[in-house]
Design a protein around this ligand. Structure first.
Ligand SMILES: *Cc1c(COP(=O)(O)O)cnc(C)c1O
Length: 375
């Protein structure tokens, strides 16, 4: 045992825990897949845009060839959308890949990355994978304490990860706060502003983070096609940054990191404004129904700016796990967040109205069952 030559920083990594797949729950509990509701991975309940599906099927005829390593067409479309040159765009195998590229380009043993408590699990993974040290800054009201994160910077800090909105808590740092942070941060420290849920923001909360990319040469804005664009299974994300940063990330990128189907689908999805609008409205209305039900049940929740919401399901540290299991028995998959330091909470993705209703009908029963177990 332990004879393999893996370095200690690799052995120290706690593997990512994904949402339980529908097929797995069906196998374990002998349930029919179509009766299972999964609200566990912040996926788009509408699936992908029909335009993306069509483009993907067309691209399927060309799969004997390698993908375009430089993602020419998709990069050109993104460059046009954000009014930046194409060499400011980096494509990733999901935006997870972007986070890894940033870590590999800017971190090394002896260096540090800063991120918030209760923030995205991939930040510590990418940091540890690069052999660097993670500095976790305590959350304020479940969100980023940006002034404290600024204070945490040392001469060894090379990277800061900020998720806005944050996952799993759903909190949002307003534009003024983020801008002040960027202005005060030493320019030699690189920031990844992870905007995986940007498309779910209400219009009045949106700000032009790409304008910051023009102003701050140390900023990487990361976005994804996995959430609002509904392409989680295809794995496409992208980063906007100035060419000096892009060039470095490109050096550690796998040459064919974004596959042919993903490139084609993302390009088509980008154009489907109607699908995005539908997605936004469905989420806004589903979120309203969800938090209304929490209020009726007297459950505490964290107001969310994403397509998911954190709800407190008990006062003991086994509450999250118990209610999670009670929901599984009833064919509902949500996300336990004990690994995020939130053992009394569950994260619920907003689904279709009928999926939300199945969850909300099962929730009081699951809460009662978890209570009974406790006594
Ligand atoms: C879902 C998510 C991502 C990335 O997902 P990909 O599918 O890899 O694009 C990135 N950051 C946050 C905060 C997320 O919640």
């Amino acid at each position: 045992m332990n004879k393999l030559p893996a370095p200690d920083h690799i052995r120290a990594i706690a593997p990512y825990i994904a949402g339980k797949p529908i097929s797995e729950l069906a196998r374990e509990y002998g349930l029919q897949e179509h009766t299972i509701v999964k609200l566990a991975s912040n996926e788009n309940p509408l699936g992908m845009s029909p335009k993306a599906r069509e483009a993907m099927l067309e691209a399927a005829s060309d799969l004997g060839r390698y993908p375009d390593s430089n993602g020419f067409a998709l990069k050109a479309a993104l460059a046009e959308k954000f009014s930046v040159p194409a060499d400011w765009v980096t494509l990733g195998n999901g935006s997870n890949d972007i986070l890894e590229l940033a870590a590999r380009a800017f971190l090394a043993p002896g260096k540090q990355a800063i991120y918030a408590q209760h923030s995205f699990a991939v930040y510590p993974l990418a940091t540890q994978g690069a052999g660097a040290q993670g500095i976790v800054v305590p959350a304020r009201n479940f969100g980023h304490d940006l002034p404290a994160m600024l204070q945490a910077v040392t001469p060894n800090t090379n990277l800061v990860f900020i998720a806005n909105p944050n996952n799993p808590t759903g909190t949002f740092a307003p534009a003024e706060e983020v801008e002040r942070f960027l202005m005060q941060l030493p320019p030699r420290v690189v920031v990844v502003l992870d905007e995986a849920y940007n498309e779910y923001l209400a219009p009045e909360l949106r700000f032009d983070s790409t304008e910051w990319v023009r102003r701050f040469p140390n900023l990487i804005v990361s976005r994804t096609f996995s959430k609002a664009y509904g392409l989680a299974g295809l794995r496409v994300g992208y980063a906007l940054a100035q060419p000096e940063v892009t060039d470095l990330m490109n050096r550690v990128r796998q040459p064919f990191n974004v596959n042919t189907l993903a490139q084609a689908a993302a390009l088509a999805a980008l154009d489907d404004v109607e699908f995005l609008r539908q997605t936004y409205t469905l989420n806004r209305d589903g979120m309203a129904a969800m938090v209304h039900a929490f209020e009726q049940l007297g459950l505490e929740y964290v107001p969310s700016f994403g397509n998911f919401v954190l709800v407190k399901v008990g006062a003991t540290d086994d509450a999250g796990a118990k209610v999670y299991r009670a929901l599984l028995k009833r064919g509902v998959i949500v996300r336990p967040v004990a690994n995020y330091g939130l053992p009394q909470w569950l994260r619920i993705s907003i689904g279709l109205p009928e999926e939300n209703a199945v969850f909300l009908a099962a929730l009081p029963v699951a809460l009662a069952e978890a209570q009974k177990d406790a006594s």
